[in-house]
Design a protein around this ligand. Structure first.
Ligand code: HEM
Length: 228
């Protein structure tokens, strides 16, 4: 019952929300399609949280996607023992970087009254969820060796079965709870994407390159103004 919920209901519900709610948000309220930057309010801790988080998680997700897009190539690559250890180490380091970054982003908001006031409930939920996702991933990578290989023979065929609308639970049903939590977390993040600031992930920021720089004008109490 729990397996069917996690591995059938959750992925399809998440996909449906992504497909229908995301364009709705784009066309009905284009201005909310943003990461709501708080760099104005605090920039130092943001740097130490945001940079490791983004570099770490992008590398980790690249590894997850490589297995889905090119399973045979990855299997050939990982058959070489040195390559396996190298790629697993890079994945683990990237995961740790993502975890440290996300914890930093959470602490930054918890410890700053001004930031707290501009943090929505969805921001808190998302931050805790991303931390849990990174932590369960690191647990799997550390204690369930060698995940990058067995992922290719279990999670990847399961994803293909989902895509062909014939979900095969047999590939994933026997895994320990931690793997199921990690998968449920992934589907939940996907489901929340169109409702939270995570939607900025779908923004291809090429148009920014053509934008003129923004001019901020600071008005002091004496009435004279300065440009930045
Ligand atoms: C259903 C979808 C997913 C499955 C089946 C899955 C599976 C796995 C597996 C098997 C590992 C261990 C890899 C290893 O031992 O090297 C792992 C690690 C990890 N996962 Fe996932 N994952 C999923 C989605 C996600 C998502 C959406 C995120 C982040 C938003 C994420 C974040 C991580 C992190 C941070 C690690 C640790 C770093 C690493 O070793 O690669 N995972 N995941």
């Amino acid at each position: 019952m729990l397996d069917s919920f996690i591995f059938v209901v959750m992925p399809y519900a998440a996909l449906a929300l992504m497909i229908f709610v995301t364009p709705y948000r784009y066309f009905s309220n284009r201005l909310t399609w943003t990461a709501y930057s708080t760099q104005f309010l605090e920039r130092d801790k943001l740097f130490w949280g945001s940079v490791p988080w983004h570099f770490g998680i992008l590398l980790v997700l690249l590894g997850h996607f490589a297995g889905v897009v090119c399973p045979h190539g990855m299997a050939r690559l990982l058959a070489n023992q040195q390559m396996l250890v190298l790629l697993e180490s890079i994945g683990l380091a990237a995961g740790l970087l993502a975890l440290l970054g996300s914890v930093m982003l959470l602490l930054r908001r918890i410890n700053d009254g001004t930031l707290k006031r501009v943090t929505f409930c969805s921001d808190w939920v998302l931050l805790y969820l991303l931390i849990m996702q990174a932590a369960t991933g690191i647990y799997i990578a550390t204690f369930m060796r060698w995940g990058s290989v067995w992922y290719l023979h279990t999670a990847v065929p399961y994803f293909y079965s989902l895509l062909s609308f014939k979900p095969e639970l047999g590939y994933v049903a026997d895994f320990p709870l931690i793997f199921k939590l990690h998968s449920a977390g992934a589907f939940l993040i996907l489901a929340l994407l169109p409702f939270t600031k995570l939607v900025h992930l779908l923004f291809w920021p090429l148009a920014f390159l053509r934008d003129p720089p923004i001019l901020y004008r600071w008005r002091s109490q004496r009435g004279n103004s300065r440009d930045f």
